[in-house]
Design a protein around this ligand. Structure first.
Ligand code: FMN
Length: 160
C-alpha cells in the first residue's frame, strides 16, 4: 500500500490532460468507496474536463482547483447525515488510486464553500437539485518535485 504513504497534497499541475482510461479507473475507485447504510442516493459525482467549465469553476472558487486539468466534484444530498462522510471516504479512495496511476491530487474544502454560493454553475456542472458540493478534487500530473512530509506522528495515538 505504498500509495497511502507516498500520496501527498499537490497544488501545482502541468497542462497534461488525464487520459480516459485513467479517468475510468478513478471513477471505479469512487464507486468502490464505503457507503453508509447502502444509501446510494445521497452522493453524486461530476467529472469535469471541459476547459471552459474548469475555467468557470476556478473563477467562482478563487482558483481553488489550482488549474488542474481534471476535477472530481463530489456532491451530497443536503441534510444527509452521511453525505460528508461518504464524500470523504470516496475522496480518499480516488486520491490513493490517483497516486497509483502516477497522478496527483488534493482534497479541497475551501473552494466548496465558495462554489455552494453558485447553484447555477453547479447545475451546469451536472449537480442535481437538493444537493450541495462536499469535496472538490483537482487531479493531474504534479508540476513540483515535492516529497510527502513525515506524517508518522501527525496525530496523538493511544494504545491500551
Ligand atoms: C477536510 C480537509 C479540507 C482541506 N481543504 C483544503 C483546501 O481547501 N485547499 C487545499 O489546498 N488543501 C486542502 N486540504 C488538504 C490539506 O491541506 C492537506 O491534506 C494537508 O496539508 C496535509 O498534507 P498531505 O495531504 O500531503 O498529507 C484539505 C484536507 C482536508 C482533509
Amino acid at each position: 500500500m505504498n500509495a497511502i504513504f507516498e500520496r501527498r497534497a499537490v497544488r501545482e499541475y502541468t497542462d497534461q490532460k488525464v487520459d480516459d482510461e485513467k479517468i475510468k479507473k478513478l471513477i471505479e475507485a469512487f464507486q468502490a468507496a464505503p457507503c453508509a447504510l447502502h444509501q446510494t442516493d445521497v452522493m453524486e459525482l461530476s467529472v469535469i474536463t471541459d476547459p471552459e467549465l474548469l475555467q468557470k469553476l476556478e473563477e467562482k472558487t478563487n482558483n481553488s482547483c489550482y488549474n488542474a486539468p481534471l476535477v472530481f466534484m463530489i456532491n451530497t444530498k443536503k441534510d444527509s447525515q452521511f453525505g460528508e462522510r461518504d464524500a470523504s471516504v470516496a475522496a480518499e479512495n480516488v486520491m490513493v488510486e490517483a497516486f497509483d496511476l502516477g497522478l496527483a491530487s488534493v482534497y479541497v474544502m475551501g473552494g466548496v464553500i465558495a462554489l455552494n454560493k453558485f447553484p447555477d454553475l453547479q447545475k451546469e456542472l451536472g449537480m442535481d437539485d437538493g444537493f450541495e458540493t462536499a469535496v472538490l478534487l483537482p487531479i493531474g500530473y504534479a508540476a513540483d518535485n515535492g516529497q510527502p512530509e513525515d506524517r508518522s506522528n501527525r496525530y496523538k495515538v493511544v494504545r491500551k
